[in-house]
Design a protein around this ligand. Sequence first.
Ligand SMILES: [Zn+2]
Length: 356
Amino acid sequence: MIQRISRIKAALPELTELESLLEEGKQYMRIRVPAHIQHQGEHLPFYVLEMGSNSPNAPVLSLVGGVHGVERIGTQVILAFMKSLIRRLHWDPVVRDQLENIRLLIIPLVNPGGMLDNSRCNPSGIDLMRNAPVEAEGKTPWLVGGQRISSSLPWYRGAAGQPMQPESQALSDAVHHALKGQKFCISLDCHSGFGTRDRMWFPYAKSTAPWPDIGAAHVLTELFEHSFPHHDQYLFEPQAHSYTTNGDLWDYLYDDYKAQQPDGCFIPMTLEMGSWLWVKKNPRHLFRYHGLFNPILPHRHQRILRRHLVLFDFLMAATRTMPDWAPATANEKGLALEAALGRWYPGYDGKLTSIV
Ligand SMILES: [Zn+2]
């Protein structure tokens, strides 16, 4: 598709794989490249793809990967899902019907420069998931919560008062545009590198107080757990149960959405694949930075690629039917909130955070 020097082809096979999928599935996609990311004289494409309905009323599912360049597996699970989706579209009327009723936004490789470098940060040394203009409420853990000391330390947010990085801005613009005027939206951002379980995190990252749409997140959680009782590898919980951070892009995008669409429902989820388990099973991971975030052994890699296909299918169906299950009336919202607080904040008697 695109002639690219062999150094990049070898170091960034995910981009080659993505472009071959775009060629294979172009009849089903709307493909845009709203930005190019500079990397040592190269201009790496920032792809934004859309599939399915173009109707302003269609609920939106966004799939995002590769925000942290070293977490290649996040991009790879999305590419695996895309490949399966494109091939099923040729023959499977159920998949076609599903896509006719939702808009699917896919940004599979947010940080191509970071992935090329095998680095968490972008080529300017900035952690994109600490780069949004959002300040945490209260104290965050040292460094991990985001720092402005130096780009040579991890979790660097960038200098105060600067615009967002091109990757963060392009991601925000694409999500903002797709969600505009939509009442029902879900997103899944795929990461790896924390803990031994696969965590499904919802906001806020900036606050330990319950997040306004926690009731809807609880209904979604119960839908999954009830429908797929044998897929109990996922731990659904607020991100702030693990740690709080400054500058989280999904906090930013959620608040942005809610300011435009106060009566809409947007559930931004982050899949944090529990890579410490791979380390435990194979201590060789400890000696390879890349291996702390990605499965090395071929059989484990294959297993991870297929492990989340059920989740993606579930999210397509759940997005489509959101108008049926998302709490809408004051009574439904009250009941959902009560159930959510009972599960994640037992004994909580404070207030929700400020946006509602
Ligand atoms: Zn990450």
